[in-house]
Every structure is written in structure tokens, then in C-alpha cells.
Ligand binder design. Structure first.
Ligand code: ADP
Length: 430
């Protein structure tokens, strides 16, 4: 078992390419930490720096309290499994799993016992005498995992180990990985771009974008209480509803979020009310997950939106409704791109600023907001989609039909409020 500490770690590849930017993160002893983020955000680079396969440009890596920047890979006691766990084709499954112990000249009886035990845990005990060429993709990944973990490393690093498997096999192996590494108590850092894998496997998830750590917390913290709009949108199996709203505090009675044709009021007793009221007269972004919205009867008097059902979508276990509510949706603000600070500028240089400007243009004067939205929304290049749909989760039965008038109750405790740049207005709890 081992702890891993990354202290302001930076990686610049040749050609001045900033892959990881001053990233600080800690994996505790025995923790299962998942690195999640879009392709190219620096997850593998980070993992390879921990393994010693990639040099750290700046910052410090500590393994179990030992400064490890310049420790040779073999001295780190780290095992790694890649997407294509390459196996020795001429060795049997048994020979592949046993290999690390054999080269360490371990006692043959111990090797046999350990391989048998692991192969049972990985459900490949019946393939022990076969060669890799005769195995399925899922079985080969199990062997690769067995070979990595057989010598009980202090740290287990996995780089998208399930991404080449079909969906059924992924789910099955996911549960087994979780059970296995937890039973062994080995600290594990697991890279994926798949949010379901992250949510189901992790003790904690660290979300990266463009080489920068965006948020870190338990799956429930990241899902329900994300640090930024980017994190909220990334960790969402359905599209996040992200809406622009003006903030008002009429006669100081309550806080009002003004969406143009719709308004939500928040009592002062709400713990977020004070933080939101600091933006009175300004604009915020409101994030709503489809499962924080629910159909309500016409007579419902609680917080609600109304609209017309444009389309229904069947997802097997649930239906989603797309509602025209006359509210402009805004694109998810991209966090600032450190790669455009200097050196090679390879990012959206004006993403954040552009959005703030757009939201400002959306609300030039509170009294005229809807008219103004209409004008801005009419411009196809504005990045704001006029009258975009509100996505509502209906559950197992499609109680509406396309064309129906519909009312949607809003669970106020589930709304997330961000600045126009995408930062949380009420700080997340960690
Ligand atoms: P991820 O694992 O999140 O998909 P990577 O860590 O593989 O991302 O890569 C991060 C960024 O660094 C990418 O833009 C990638 O193209 C770049 N990169 C990765 N390896 C190298 C390299 N050896 N030389 C130059 N750039 C690299």
C-alpha cells in the first residue's frame, strides 16, 4: 500500500506543449482514485509520470513519503495495465501471470499458489493452460491485470483498461476490478474518459481538462455538488440543461432567478440565497440535470417551468422529454486554457470571455431581457441557441405526447448556480 502525492506537477512535451499544468493531487493509502476527463486532457501523461515512464518537467512526486521524481521505474514498485494489455503470445495464461514472480526468482510453490488464487478471483482459472491467442478480449485483459498485480505492487496504475471491450464485458470486468483491488487494498489510480466507469469505481474522482485539475471529490460530491459548470456538464449521462438567468431581489423578499418567460424564487432561508444575491442586477448560469425536473399537474404551485413537448426519446430504462420553454440555453463555458498562455497556443483563446460577453448581451437591461434574448438568439453565430429544449427525465412511462402542453416541477435543491464564466457561486462542499 502506498500514498501518492503530486505537488504542482507540470509536463511540457518537446515543442513547448503543455500537457499537465501545476497539478496537485493526493491518493491516499488503499484509495481507488479515478482520473477522468476528455481525450487529450493529460490523464495518461500524469499516470506515466507516476510510473516513471515520462519525466516530470516541474513539481514534485512523492510515493509513500519518498521523493520520487528521479526514482527509476523499477524502483517505484508500481504495476501498470494499459488499454491493450500486451501478453507474451508463446506463454500460457499461467506463464504470463507467473512471469513477474519467476524473474524475481520466487519460490515455485508460492508462485503456483498465487497464480491459482488470482486466476480464480479474475475468473480465468479454467484458461490457465491456454495461450493468449485463444482468449477473448475480456479474458486477455484479465490476464494482463493478473500479471500486473501478482507481485502485489504498492501502487496499481490502469490506463483505460476496459475501453477495448464490448459493453457487457466492460460492466462485468468493472465490478471484478473493483472487488479485486479493494480486497487487496492496493492504492489504485485509474484513467478513463468514461463517466460511468468513474462513478461506479472510484473512491474519489479527479476531473481534468486541458492539463488542469478541475475538481476532485467522491462520486456523489462531483455529481451533486460540482465545482464548475464544465464538471457538471462532463459528469452527466444526459445533457445538462444550462440556462442563463438574471438575479433580482424584489423588495428584498426573496431571491429571484429570472429566465425571461420563467422565474424561480428562492427564499432567504435557502443556504445559497445570500451568495446568489451578491449577483443582484447581474447574470448567472443555472445548471439543471434532467433528473432534477419532473412532470407536475397544471395545478402545481411550486417552482416550475412550462412549455410544449417537442419530442420524446426512449432510452430503455427511461424516457426523456424535450420541452420548448422559450429559454435560451448557453454553451458550457470552457475553463481557461493554460496552453494559450504562451508557447504553443492551441486552445479556445476567447471561450470564457466570449461567453461572458454573450450573457451580458443577453441581459442588457433587466426589463427588456426577453426581447433582447430574441435578437441575440437570432444570430446563428452567437453560440446561444434560442428556444433550445429543456430536457426532462420522465422515468419508465412517457406520460406526455409530442405537442402536449407540459408543466415541469423544479427541485430547487438540485439546481446548480454558476457565474457566467462557469465557476460555482456557492462554494462546493468537500
Ligand atoms: P489523455 O490521456 O487525457 O487522452 P494524454 O496525456 O495522452 O491525454 O495527452 C495529453 C496531451 O499531450 C495531448 O494533447 C497529446 O497529444 C500530448 N502528448 C502526449 N504524448 C506526447 C508526446 N510524447 N509528445 C508530444 N505531445 C504529447
Amino acid at each position: 500500500m502506498s500514498s501518492v502525492v503530486l505537488d504542482k506537477v507540470t509536463k511540457v512535451y518537446p515543442g513547448d506543449y503543455l500537457a499537465v499544468d501545476r497539478l496537485s493531487l493526493r491518493a491516499e493509502d488503499g484509495e481507488f482514485l479515478v482520473l477522468l476527463g476528455p481525450s487529450g486532457c493529460g490523464k495518461s501523461t500524469l499516470l506515466r509520470m507516476i510510473a516513471g515512464l515520462e519525466e516530470i518537467t516541474e513539481g514534485e512526486l512523492w510515493l509513500d513519503g519518498q521523493m520520487a521524481n528521479h526514482l527509476a521505474p523499477r524502483d517505484r514498485d508500481v504495476a501498470m495495465v494499459f488499454q491493450n494489455g500486451a501478453l507474451y503470445p508463446h506463454r500460457t495464461v499461467r506463464g504470463n501471470i507467473a512471469f513477474p514472480l519467476e524473474i524475481a526468482k520466487s519460490d515455485p510453490a508460492m508462485v503456483r499458489e498465487r497464480v491459482t488464487e488470482l486466476s480464480k478471483a479474475l475468473h480465468i482459472d479454467e484458461t490457465l493452460d491456454r495461450r493468449p491467442g485463444t482468449l477473448s478480449g475480456g479474458q486477455r485483459q484479465r490476464v494482463a491485470m493478473g500479471r500486473a498485480i501478482v507481485r502485489q505492487p504498492r501502487l496499481f496504475l490502469m490506463d483505460e483498461p476496459l475501453s477495448n471491450l464490448d459493453a457487457g464485458m466492460r460492466t462485468e470486468l468493472r465490478m471484478e476490478i473493483s472487488a479485486l483491488v479493494r480486497s487487496l487494498g492496493v492504492t489504485t489510480i485509474y484513467v478513463t474518459h468514461d463517466q460511468v466507469e468513474a462513478l461506479t469505481l472510484a473512491d474519489r474522482i479527479a476531473i481534468l481538462n486541458r492539463g488542469v485539475l478541475q475538481d476532485v471529490g467522491t462520486p456523489a460530491q462531483i455529481y451533486n455538488d460540482p465545482a464548475t459548470a464544465f464538471v457538471a456538464a462532463f459528469l452527466n449521462s444526459q445533457q445538462l440543461n444550462l440556462l442563463a438567468a438574471g438575479v433580482r431581489t424584489p423588495q428584498n423578499q426573496y431571491v429571484m432567478l429570472d429566465f425571461g418567460p420563467h422565474r424561480l424564487t428562492m427564499p432567504w432561508s435557502d443556504p445559497r440565497a445570500y451568495a446568489i444575491s451578491q449577483h443582484t442586477g447581474g447574470q448567472v448560469l443555472v445548471g439543471l440535470r434532467p433528473d432534477g425536473l419532473a412532470p407536475v399537474p397544471e395545478s402545481y404551485e411550486g417552482p416550475a417551468f412550462f412549455g410544449r413537448v417537442r419530442a420524446l426519446e426512449y432510452h430503455g430504462h427511461e424516457w426523456l422529454a424535450y420541452l420548448e420553454c422559450g429559454m435560451p440555453a448557453v454553451p458550457v463555458p470552457e475553463p481557461p486554457d493554460p496552453r494559450s498562455r504562451g508557447g504553443r497556443a492551441n486552445g479556445d483563446k476567447n471561450g470564457t470571455g466570449k461567453l461572458s460577453g454573450l450573457v451580458r448581451r443577453l441581459f442588457p437591461r433587466q426589463e427588456q431581457e426577453w426581447q433582447d434574448q430574441e435578437q441575440v438568439g437570432a444570430n446563428p453565430n452567437s453560440g446561444i441557441h434560442r428556444r433550445s429544449d429543456l430536457i426532462v427525465r420522465l422515468g419508465g412511462r412517457p406520460i406526455w405526447r409530442a405537442g402536449d402542453a407540459a408543466k415541469v416541477g423544479v427541485d430547487l435543491s438540485r439546481i446548480m448556480i454558476f457565474t457566467p464564466d462557469g465557476a460555482r457561486i456557492d462554494p462546493p462542499r468537500r
